[in-house]
Design a binder for this molecule. Structure first.
Ligand code: G3H
Ligand code: 13P
Ligand code: ZN
Length: 335
């Protein structure tokens, strides 16, 4: 992933990191990447690893790289909660890991700066020795509905720019996730976010102090009204809600954001498409009759984001560097 983010920085674009749990989601992303000629970050949470028993995920990713050899593809661990979790991901073949030491291993309790530096530094050492990229997080995101987070609102643990500088210096990580008011899941903002609720100025300040660090925006689904409406039109019960507007993400990309995490928008697209088939064709019982439209709906969202983030058209700009070669590069930088 380090190479992919370096290329994105050179080209001044961002790269979406899309969560997966199953075959259809991987297919959606790879098809969107082929259509838009985009490099790809596929990410799996601890929940996704458990759901797919790890080995299914592994073999599905091998299939993805066999079927789409022209697409540079990263497999990234999302919100690793401990050094052990990151280690097992690296052993399985993830080419990038997130050590989220902003929270304790329970994934709920905000940690101390010292704890965060300690666990992140350990992961950097073991990951870089294998050529694997490391993302860390400083400050805490809001929300708990998807099982992550301290259950706080998005503004309680914003990233402190000075601490961010110190964190990068002490850990040697490759990419830094920051907290600027976003949260995971569908319920981020109760009205269109303003500078009071989504702190883009804070992001700009961090980028000014860390111009060479790849920034990561979590909780970056836009939760589009049309996707909410489809779900509700076909029997769903989503409450009115707002996500992160794409133009704010684009402002972030102009200010050092290279990785943008999106899961919820794809969940909404899939659920809406399935609900529509269930309601319109209650006689259907072949899973393909609803999984195909679901896959297509997710592909459309991913392709749109790839275009909006600017990664479209960049798949063939470079040849992926093998992990062993990356390990040598990290060794040289560290020496
Ligand atoms: O960061 C959260 C992602 O949306 C993954 O969520 O833990 O429910 O798989 P999950
Ligand atoms: P969303 O819930 O906004 O899609 O965020 C996903 C995320 O940050 C995964 O780490
Ligand atoms: Zn996240």
């Amino acid at each position: 992933m380090r190479q992919l983010l370096d290329e994105a920085a050179k080209g001044g674009y961002g790269v979406g990191a899309f969560n997966v749990n199953n075959m259809e989601q991987i297919q959606s992303i790879m098809e969107a990447a082929r259509e838009t000629k985009s490099p790809v970050i596929i990410q799996a949470s601890r929940g996704a690893r458990a759901y797919s028993q790890d080995r299914f995920l592994y073999h599905l990713m091998i299939a993805a790289t066999e079927i789409y050899p022209e697409i540079p593809t990263v497999l990234h661990l999302d919100h690793g909660n401990s050094v052990e979790t990151c280690k097992s991901a690296i052993e399985m073949g993830f080419t990038s890991v997130m050590m989220d030491g902003s929270l304790m291993a329970d994934g709920k309790t905000p940690s101390s700066f010292e704890y965060n530096v300690d666990v992140t530094r350990q992961v950097v050492e073991l990951a870089h020795a294998k050529g694997v990229t490391v993302e860390g997080e400083i400050g805490c995101l809001g929300g708990i509905e998807d099982g992550h987070g301290a259950g706080l609102d998005g503004l309680s643990h914003l990233t402190d720019p000075e601490q961010a500088v110190e964190f990068v210096k002490q850990t040697g990580l490759d990419a830094l996730a920051i907290a600027i008011g976003t949260s995971h899941g569908a319920y981020k903002f109760s009205s269109k976010p303003t500078g009071e609720t989504l702190k883009m100025q804070r992001l700009i300040e961090i980028h000014k102090r860390l111009p060479n660090t790849h920034l990561v925006m979590h909780g970056s689904s836009s939760v589009p009204k049309d996707l909410q409406d489809i779900i509700n039109q076909y029997g769903g019960k989503l409450k009115p809600t707002w996500g992160v507007p794409v133009e704010e993400i684009q402002l972030g990309i102009k200010n050092g954001v290279r990785k943008i995490n999106v899961d919820t928008d794809n969940r909404l697209a899939i659920t809406g498409a399935i609900r529509k088939v269930f309601m319109e064709k209650p006689e259907e019982f072949d899973p393909r009759s609803y999984l195909k439209p679901a896959r297509e709906a997710m592909k459309k969202v991913v392709a749109l984001r790839m275009t909006q983030f600017g990664q479209a058209g960049h798949a063939s700009d470079y040849t992926p560097i093998p992990l062993a070669e990356m390990a040598k590069r990290y060794e040289t930088v560290a020496a």
